[in-house]
Design a binder for this molecule. Structure first.
Ligand code: 6PG
Length: 253
């Protein structure tokens, strides 16, 4: 593993040999932060993402040593984005996390806060989820201060459901927003940028050769967040860590 701090973005970048090591180290990082926050504050709030890399991390967390040792009962689970499908749909980010992790570890149902993106009234769903997040307690300048937000990055530079050129990128005054994604011809529900940036810890999990070019552009290229929305992510006073594998990191300077 190699670690670097990018001066231009104040972000840390850690490079792992492959997707398996990345998933395991991400699971360890989650477990460490959970211990730390539960010890210090009595609970830990985390927002999960969809995607293949988180899935591998969920599978690691559902196995030992994490299954037995993580303080599952004191963790509150949220999501960073969701597709407009029912909770049991294979495309649902909630469904993926539930089947690979949450149904396999002792998390009480009342600690799981699914994004209600199957509500046909997405504005109402966004407002309801904002209230859920704000109701948890801690805020930073009016936005929920989530302890840990996991993010993936698509090959087009999107993160959560903040896709290139879409309206949600420009939202500064809402916690959660519906976002129409023309290239997918669908709506999504997503945390808005200021909500992610109010988090205490943000971890990007990125693996695979198809991410090498966008990763280089996001971290080392010109600033162009309309094209590379992941560039918008800079926690105001939290930590930002990019956990990537060698294939994704191969073009980094
Ligand atoms: C989603 C995600 C999305 C994802 C990236 C990366 O619902 O699609 O939350 O932002 O994290 O597309 O996905 P991979 O890890 O599969 O490349």
């Amino acid at each position: 593993m190699t670690t670097r701090i990018l001066k231009s973005t104040r972000a840390g970048v850690r490079v792992y040999s492959g997707p398996e090591e990345l998933a395991l180290k991400a699971a360890r990082s989650f477990a460490r932060l959970a211990d730390q926050y539960v010890l210090g504050c009595g609970r830990f709030t985390v927002a999960l993402s969809g995607g293949s890399t988180p899935k591998a991390m969920f599978e690691a967390l559902a196995a030992e040593p994490f299954r037995e040792t993580v303080p599952w009962g004191s963790i509150l689970f949220f999501w960073g984005d969701e597709r407009t499908v029912p909770a049991d749909h294979p495309d649902s980010n909630y469904h993926m996390a539930y089947t690979t992790l949450l149904s396999l570890v002792p998390v009480p149902d009342q600690n799981i806060f699914r994004m209600p993106a199957d509500n046909p009234d997405l504005e109402a769903a966004a407002a309801a989820y904002s209230n859920t997040l704000l109701g948890v307690g801690d805020t930073r300048e009016g936005f929920p201060a989530i302890d840990l937000v996991f993010l993936g990055m698509g090959a087009d530079g999107h993160t959560a459901s903040l896709f290139p050129g879409t309206e949600a990128l420009r939202v500064t005054d809402r916690v959660v927003v519906p976002n129409y994604v023309p290239k997918l011809k669908t709506h999504r529900l997503t945390l808005a940028v200021p909500t992610i940036n109010a988090a205490r810890n943000v971890r990007f999990l990125v693996s695979g050769a198809d991410k090498a070019e966008p990763l280089k552009s996001v971290l080392e290229g010109e600033r162009d967040p309309e094209r590379y929305p992941s560039q918008l992510i800079h926690p105001v006073d939290g930590s930002l860590l990019w956990m990537v594998d060698e294939a994704a990191a191969k073009l980094l300077a």
